[in-house]
Design a protein around this ligand. Structure first.
Ligand code: NI
Length: 134
């Protein structure tokens, strides 16, 4: 098995807030990410596919195809958006890095060849990232 990774990037705003909790509990728990007027992150995304090299082409995956899938379905969708207000995915889902990673994985899984294993890493800051592989 071999893996190939494509890096990409988007900027987005969010607010972490659980409507079931008091403002005080939200503020204590989420801290700065609970700021009521939102705040932004520079998200870095690494999409990794894994499988067997196609002996005919020598490729695991065509990087141009993979990068277009990510650009069209993730970056265009989320870049320069307020995740809470501008997207349907996070109308009722708190846009934590964990939940964003799951949403991205689910979107990409539909678009990428099923014979390839898919995992993603989403960096919310250079030091904080989450990984999801289904
Ligand atoms: Ni935040």
């Amino acid at each position: 098995m071999i893996s190939v990774t494509r890096k990409s990037h988007f900027n987005a705003a969010h607010r972490l807030h659980n409507n079931e909790w008091s403002d005080e509990k939200n503020n204590n728990f989420y801290g700065l990410c609970n700021n009521k007027n939102y705040h932004g992150h520079n998200y870095d995304l690494e999409v990794t596919v894994k499988g067997e090299i196609d002996p005919e082409s020598g490729y695991l995956v065509d990087m141009k195809v993979l990068s277009n899938i990510i650009e069209e379905n993730i970056c265009k969708k989320f870049d320069h958006k307020n995740l809470n207000l501008d997207t349907t995915e996070f109308k009722n889902l708190i846009p934590t890095a964990e939940n964003i990673a799951v949403v991205i994985w689910n979107i990409l899984r539909e678009k990428i060849d099923k014979k390839l294993k898919l995992s993603i890493k989403l960096f919310e800051t250079p030091r904080n990232f989450v990984e999801y592989s289904g």
